[in-house]
Design a protein around this ligand. Structure first.
Ligand code: SAH
Ligand code: SF4
Length: 395
């Protein structure tokens, strides 16, 4: 069994070169402005320019004092991750492959729907949890993303999708919801994830309501408790199994935080949650977790937790060795839950043609990018990804 540790991302604003202002939440930006002799309201002005107007040029921040613009030039910058690729799916889903350095790429996906637009963002390059059915997990863990890399995905998507740039807030934001369901386990990159969440909720930045920001976790119990205290947003929990024996196999983190502990953590979370239910995600794997017995066990498991069940048809990827449950079995499984009074939805697969569906993020392209760039780094060995330990060290 392994023990994932919470690693804080090293953001070094004082390192040589300009500070990336996307790394700062409101409190950090106020502190940084104060260190330059500037008042807190300057930080709020800056936040609005950067996150609401999507501005990156200090010269265009017209209501900032000239003296401050002078100080910012050279010392600071607004730099989201660079875009490597931009795909548009036939169904309107849009996927960006973003460069986070040293051959690592992450993915951000925008999913337009009639009444809302959802952005799915990543929190780590790779993932240490290594769930059996997840292509990100199969790639191993590379590193935690910084605040700038996490919030930079929202900054970039707003920019790319055509947010007004004059700061007047006349334009409608088309990103109404954010889900942390891309690559990585957000609760194993806690501090940067928290700062990014705070920016999403901040009225001077993105001003999203807690109900419209969802964090999805594979069940890092102690960190669920911390999130409940620090910034309770809507919570999705990746369940995928109806008993410990099965979940130990599918989600190895279960060996550390088994189902009884996870259910208790969900109940504690609900005391502070913005919604009065937890969303449980359950990936439908042919012949693995999709029997009628599994459905009945699941009903018992979640009996004391107000919840919605989201069934996710498995999205295959090369070498997965697993198959999607047939539609009839998914319907029968859902019916058992519905008959037991559980609100159950089956996720529609979106963006299939551009590999933007759940679990397909940063597939082949990332592997190629990463290996090619790694090999270009002087003196560094190219190591097959499967040789990485969950903590990301090389064996
Ligand atoms: N690490 C977090 C968030 C990212 S994964 C978590 O596990 O919750 C987001 C969702 O995609 C999870 O519910 C995950 O189980 C699901 N997922 C991963 N691989 C998948 C696949 N191949 N097919 C369908 N869903 C998948
Ligand atoms: Fe990590 Fe989530 Fe994939 Fe599991 S499903 S390996 S926790 S990204």
């Amino acid at each position: 069994m392994y023990a994932p540790t919470v690693t804080e991302t090293a953001v070094e604003p004082s390192a040589q070169g300009p500070v990336n202002l996307l790394d700062f939440d409101a409190a950090a930006l106020i502190a940084w402005c104060e260190s330059m002799g500037e008042k807190p309201f300057r930080a709020r002005q800056l936040l609005r320019w950067i996150h609401q107007a999507g501005e990156s040029e200090f010269d265009r921040m017209s209501d900032l004092a000239k003296s401050l613009r002078g100080k910012l030039a050279g010392r600071a910058e607004v730099r989201p991750p660079a875009v490597l690729q931009d795909h548009v799916s036939e169904d309107g889903t849009r996927k960006w492959l973003l460069d986070v350095g040293q051959g690592n790429a992450i993915e951000t996906v925008y999913i337009p729907e009639t009444s809302r637009g959802t952005l799915c963002i990543s929190t780590q390059a790779g993932c240490a949890v290594n769930c059996r059915f997840c292509s990100t997990g199969k790639q191993g863990f590379n590193r935690n993303l910084t605040v700038a890399e996490i919030i930079g995905q929202l900054w970039w998507a707003n920019h790319a999708l055509g947010l007004v740039r004059d700061g007047s807030e006349k334009g409608e934001r088309i990103i109404s919801n954010v889900v942390m369901m891309g690559m990585g386990e957000p609760l194993l990159n806690y501090e940067p994830t928290l700062a990014a969440l705070r920016l999403m909720l901040d009225d001077h930045a993105y001003g999203l309501s807690r109900r419209r920001v969802t964090l999805s976790t594979s069940g890092v119990v102690p960190m669920m408790d911390r999130l409940r205290e620090d910034c309770p947003v809507a919570l999705a929990v990746s369940l995928h199994a109806s008993n410990d024996r099965l979940r130990d196999e599918l989600v190895p983190l279960n060996r550390k935080y088994p189902l009884a502990e996870l259910m208790a953590a969900c109940q504690r979370y609900l005391e502070r949650a913005p919604r009065d239910f937890i969303t449980f995600e359950y990936v439908m794997l042919d012949g693995v977790n999709d029997s009628e017995l599994n459905a009945r066990e699941l009903v018992e498991l979640v009996r004391d937790v107000p919840c919605k069940l989201n069934l996710i048809p498995f999205n295959p990827f090369p070498g997965a060795g697993l198959k999607r449950s047939p539609a009839t079995r998914i319907r029968a499984f859902a019916q058992v839950l519905i008959d037991a009074g559980i609100v159950t939805t089956t996720r529609r697969t979106r963006g299939d043609d551009i590999d933007a569906a759940c679990g397909q993020l940063a597939g082949e392209v990332q592997d190629r990018t990463r290996l090619a760039e790694r090999s270009a780094l002087s003196g560094q060995r190219v190591v097959p990804l499967r040789q990485m330990t969950p903590a990301g060290e090389l064996l």
